[in-house]
Design a protein around this ligand. Structure first.
Ligand SMILES: Nc1ncnc2c1ncn2[C@@H]1O[C@H](COP(=O)(O)OP(=O)(O)OP(=O)(O)O)[C@@H](O)[C@H]1O
Ligand SMILES: [Mg+2]
Length: 324
């Protein structure tokens, strides 16, 4: 009823509307947002013969973004680790004519740090459960063998068939306009991050220098470079060395093993968050915005706060720090 009233308000009064979905983690914000979007897509949808691509793409953007931005937490097996604002644009007749998705503050630290009973982002586990030819191609396999995943003892989600989810995510990517080559590149990056995480460092020959610890680490470095399609030595240097550019010169400083491990994690986090932004951008480009639209309904699905009795007043600060 409320949504019906809202869309009528927009069309008859000519006023754009916004809905903020708020609540604790696990309260049902994302599920409600999806139902709301389904309702709006149905109400503002075109007849099948006119082509339903915009609303279909908007709906199918959800499984794609959830695969890369949601993870199991203590409170919720499918917790959003980013904020999402979807703006559905309508033409004068009240039909969906475009959409824009904006995302906020993806939790980067999760990429390289997880603890019981949580998990890393779903996409890592989906890829490990991919059909054999993909597992072979991306050099993945048992999630228990990857440092970025095995810091927690939780790998499976009850009631979820990861291999089916992998295929479903790929189908959703097809619908939102991500080509097969682009999908391949996305999963190469996901796999490369897992291999990056397995590179350990030991003291190098020079003072305060570091190098891959053993053959196992060299193997993962080689695979990561292949998947990133970059030079292996440059990838190693990006973790074991720091380049400082001053006005007059460029100074290269060797890093000790601890600092190299930190720069490996920093690299994994930045690459993952750029990948996420790239996917959002790609979806926006393929859905397309309507420059003539003056009416829109925006829906904001925030990441839920985890409210504990003992740290009520700190929740905001913790929330802020955990997302940086
Ligand atoms: N309307 C619903 N019907 C069926 N199940 C639901 C519904 N709403 C929520 N759930 C269940 O609760 C779980 C958590 O819901 P949801 O992911 O929407 O929470 P959230 O508020 O978005 O949490 P977070 O802030 O962690 O992202 C869902 O995975 C689902 O199992
Ligand atoms: Mg959510």
């Amino acid at each position: 009823m409320f949504f019906e009233w809202l869309s009528k308000q927009m069309i008859h009064e000519g006023i754009s509307q916004s809905i903020l979905v708020s609540g604790e983690s696990g309260a049902g914000k994302t599920e409600s947002t999806k139902m709301l979007m389904q309702y709006l897509a149905y109400m503002g949808g075109r007849a099948a013969a006119e082509g339903r691509s915009v609303e279909q793409q908007v709906l199918e953007s959800n499984p794609v973004l959830e695969a890369f931005g949601n993870a199991k937490t203590v409170r919720n097996n499918n917790s959003s680790r980013f904020g999402k604002f979807v703006e559905l644009q309508f033409d004068k007749r009240g039909r969906i004519s475009g959409a824009a998705i904006r995302t906020y503050l993806l939790e980067r630290s999760r990429v390289c740090q997880v603890s019981d009973p949580e998990r890393n982002y779903h996409c890592f586990y989906l890829l490990c459960a991919a059909p054999p030819q993909d597992v072979e191609k991306y050099k993945v396999g048992n999630p228990r063998t990857f440092h970025y995943l095995n810091q927690s003892n939780f790998f499976e989600l009850s009631g979820v068939d990861e291999s089916e989810e992998y295929l479903a995510t790929r189908r959703a990517m097809d619908i939102v306009g991500i080509s097969h080559d682009e999908q391949d590149a996305i999963f190469r990056v996901v796999a490369a991050i897992l291999h990056l995480g397995n590179i350990e460092f030991a003291k190098g020959t020079e003072t305060d220098a570091s190098e891959p610890k053993d053959d196992k680490s060299r193997f993962h470095l080689k695979i990561a470079a292949e998947l990133f399609m970059c030079d292996e030595k440059s990838l190693e240097d990006s973790m074991c060395k720091r380049v400082m550019v001053t006005r007059d010169e460029t100074i290269t400083k060797s890093l000790d093993p601890e600092a190299a491990a930190l720069s490996r994690d920093a690299l994994a986090k930045i690459v993952y968050s750029r990948l996420f932004d790239w996917i959002v951008n790609k979806i926006n480009n393929s859905i397309g915005q309507d420059p003539d639209s003056s009416l829109s309904i925006g829906v904001l699905d925030i990441y839920g706060f985890e409210s504990f009795k003992t740290n009520r007043c700190l929740t905001g600060m913790l929330l802020f720090s955990s997302f940086t």
